[in-house]
Design a protein around this ligand. Structure first.
Ligand code: SF4
Length: 353
């Protein structure tokens, strides 16, 4: 049998199973495979077919996730499997995420961690496709990663369950939850193939209440169809009300890809309007992403308005925080976890097999 028996599932009568790894909660008869294409019912047990199958492995700066308030400048060994529980028509990684084949290099959790160590990584990112669908493999990697003093981070669509969040709590240190199109329900249905974005909001609350995972929020702003300022404000208010003013939020620029090649890239002015809404709502750390050189890539001290972390794309160019991560100009505490990594100056863009 390829893969390994999953943990997150329930057995049902007549050898059926119900997967609890994501909010789709697929029920499968014997021989059936879930929507993600990588979990299926084999002889009345749910199998994770991609356990130990790594389709992509890169060393990235953590800023690429994007995460800016957790161990800035650190290097992450980023891995993915095939498959995904979302069907995003704009997916930049569609060759991985929408592939419904069990492919990839054979890697045990020990080998994943050793590859990260060999490349001087500070952590492991589970990314490119939705990591909750292969969470049992990620968990086994993550537990060993902790033994080697590496952190674990998910780049997730947040379409999770109480069961998957509970498992995240066993090994995950950080997560960036990626909203798309401001979580506007029509956009979610039409361009993602998901009936309702509500489980993403529910998962965030579950993560807040049941774990100690560092959270950041991302929103991919898609021109014409996923750029509603009304929904952007709703999203920002949710973040402010539930997580407070210090939660980082990143508005990402869409680029045409996959089945949405006829769309333009998001106008920078649209992203700036989103940023203005976040600030109006009271969020102190709002960023633009995929706009290299834009002044809203930087971290500004909300007290004195000086730039405390100056960035260009994924690189850190200037660091004006003291040993306690306080602003060097006014000593305001900036909510960044960890020191500036010694890796921040290295050439971090290379493929690793
Ligand atoms: S992880 Fe896959 S099999 Fe499980 S509920 Fe989600 S889409 Fe279905």
């Amino acid at each position: 049998m390829v893969g390994k028996e999953a943990v997150l599932y329930e057995k049902l009568p007549d050898k059926k199973v119900r997967c609890t790894a994501c909010a789709r909660y697929c029920e499968m008869k014997e021989g059936q495979i879930g929507l993600c294409g990588i979990r299926g019912n084999e002889h009345g047990k749910l199998n994770l077919f991609v356990y130990g199958k790594v389709i992509a492995g890169h060393v990235d700066p953590i800023e690429k996730k994007p995460v800016t308030h957790y161990h800035p400048g650190s290097k992450v060994y980023s891995i993915a499997t095939t498959g995904c529980n979302w069907l995003c028509k704009y997916c930049q990684n569609y060759d991985i995420s929408q592939r419904r084949k069990i492919e990839g290099a054979d890697m045990t959790p020990e080998q994943v961690v050793q590859t990260a160590v060999n490349n001087g990584a500070d952590g492991i990112a589970y990314t490119y496709n939705e990591p909750s669908i292969f969470i049992e493999f990620a968990r086994d990697c993550g537990v060993i990663a902790h033994e080697k003093n590496l952190y674990n981070i998910f780049v997730s669509n947040g379409y999770d369950t109480p069961e998957s969040v509970k498992m995240m709590g066993e090994f995950l240190d950080s997560i960036t939850v990626d909203f798309k199109g401001n979580a506007e329900p029509d956009f979610t249905r039409k361009y993602i193939g998901v009936p309702d974005p509500q489980p993403v909001f529910d998962s965030l609350l579950e993560i807040r209440d049941k774990t100690k995972i560092h959270v950041e929020i991302t929103d991919l702003v898609v021109p014409q169809v996923g750029d509603s300022l009304e929904y952007a404000e709703k999203l920002c208010k949710f973040v402010y009300n539930e997580f407070g003013p210090e939660m980082p939020i990143h508005f990402l620029r869409f680029h045409p890809d996959y089945k949405m090649m006829e769309f333009e890239s998001t106008p920078v002015a649209t992203l700036e309007k989103h940023h203005a809404i976040a600030k109006k709502v009271g969020l102190r750390y709002a960023y633009l992403g995929n706009v290299p050189g834009h002044p809203l890539e930087h971290t500004y001290c909300p007290e004195c308005n000086n730039i405390v972390v100056k960035r260009f794309s994924f690189d850190i160019e200037e660091w004006h925080l003291n040993e306690k991560n306080q602003c060097k100009f006014c000593e305001n505490q900036i909510p960044i976890v960890g020191k500036l990594s010694k890796n921040y100056k290295q050439n971090r863009f290379h493929f690793v097999q």
